[in-house]
Design a binder for this molecule. Structure first.
Ligand code: NAD
Length: 367
């Protein structure tokens, strides 16, 4: 449906956020002009930028706009200017609000090691070259949200910290379904991680993931792995994995570990998906894994690739534009093949270019 109008909300945010989202905007404009697509994109304030203007990290108006959009693309929130605000007023609250209110229960983080950048990884090239795995992390349940929680005084002047790890059948099926559906588009292989050797919630996780697979996803190859073993295997032989499924806590750690296999923070996109709303739209938020990078803000040296690949994920997972997503992914590959690098991924013999030039170079390869 080349002429179908699609609403995208851009939330550049703070620090390098506006610099990298600007390159995404250029790509959207290019698609409108050259591929007869009809992206309607709007840009709004979030995080510290919103605090400076509106005194709050996200206004209701922006929040409702995000509900009405087909996809939201965020730069980054936060920075030293707002570090001393109390927790409930910090820029990062905007992100938490979006994740909570859009009910974004699934976090997708690809870890791809571009062959051109294999030397940026701390692992041996043969271990990581060509790596392409997807971590699916549950985002709204588990120990980060379970009740009871808190710090309580106990006898003898001691204190007790409490968090509760809890998952229901429905929560497990909901996230496992995302992993299985993704696997169908990839290599039909899912590794589900838990600690069923020491946690009842882990036993339930393993049983329910298996039950869903047996019932609805008979053709998927499902392996169960203890989360600590998965952490080791990611370093030993990461290419054995395709889709890794994990709860909130283990997914948090495994996705950071997998990210580091690839070498650079400036290259890592992410997607957070919610349930379908009454209007049939799946709520979603796409953002680079990195933060606002205050140390390089305003210098036009930030790497825009993570945000550009986040756009590619939005095209694939929210906008039904797989071909256009592939076009962006290939354009990034060609630019890297040609030896163009932003400062963070620069190596001897390559050509260092700015944020703006990297965006332009990728656009020039979209053709
Ligand atoms: P960071 O990701 O901003 O930066 C870590 C290091 O990586 C820095 O040296 C930075 O220059 C570099 N870097 C990051 N992105 C880069 C890019 N695209 N190109 C080149 N280099 C890049 O993490 P931090 O320094 O811990 O956090 C800075 C601020 O960002 C904090 O206020 C933090 O709360 C916030 N933050 C926001 C998000 C988010 O909005 N999702 C995520 C993480 C951190």
């Amino acid at each position: 449906m080349p002429n179908k109008s699609r609403k995208i909300l851009l939330l550049p945010g703070d620090g390098i956020g506006p610099e990298v989202v600007r390159e995404v905007k250029k790509i959207l404009e290019w698609f409108n002009k050259n591929k007869s697509l009809d992206f309607k994109f709007d840009e709004e304030l979030i995080g510290g930028a919103s605090i400076d203007k509106n005194k709050i990290p996200i206004t209701d108006e922006v929040f409702y706009k995000s509900l009405e959009s087909d996809a939201v693309i965020l730069g980054a929130c936060g920075g030293p200017k707002w570090d001393n605000l109390e927790f409930s007023k910090k820029p990062e609250r905007a992100l938490l609000k979006l994740r909570k209110e859009l009910k974004l229960f699934a976090n997708l983080r690809p870890a791809i090691c571009f062959k051109q950048l294999v030397d940026s990884s701390t692992l041996k090239p043969e271990i990581v070259s060509g790596l392409d795995i997807m971590i699916v992390r549950e985002l709204t349940g588990g120990i980060y949200f379970g009740e009871p929680r808190g710090i309580q005084p106990i006898k003898d002047n001691q204190r007790k910290g409490i968090n509760t790890h809890t998952y229901t059948t429905n929560e497990i099926h909901r996230i496992a379904r995302v992993a299985f559906d993704l696997a169908k588009k990839r290599n039909n292989k899912v590794t589900s991680c838990e600690k069923s050797n020491v946690m009842e919630a882990g036993v339930l996780w393993r049983e329910e993931v298996q039950a869903l697979k047996d019932k609805e996803f008979k053709n998927i190859q499902l392996n169960h792995m203890l989360a600590d073993n998965c952490a080791m295997q990611l370093l030993r032989n990461p290419k054995q994995f395709d889709v890794i499924l994990a709860d909130n806590l283990f997914g948090d750690m495994l996705s950071d570990e997998a990210a580091m296999l690839t070498g650079s923070l400036g290259l890592l996109p992410s997607a957070s998906l919610g349930e379908k709303g009454k209007d049939g739209k799946t709520r979603s938020l796409y953002e680079p894994v990195h933060g606002s990078a205050p140390d390089i803000t305003g210098k036009n040296i930030a790497n825009p690739i993570a945000t550009i690949l986040s756009l590619s994920m939005a095209l694939k997972y929210s906008l039904d534009l797989d071909k256009e997503a592939d076009l962006i992914d290939s354009a990034v590959q060609i630019v890297l093949d040609e030896g163009l690098r932003t400062k963070d991924i620069m190596s001897p013999g390559k050509k260092e270019i700015s944020t703006t030039d990297m965006g332009d170079a990728i656009i020039s390869k979209l053709k």
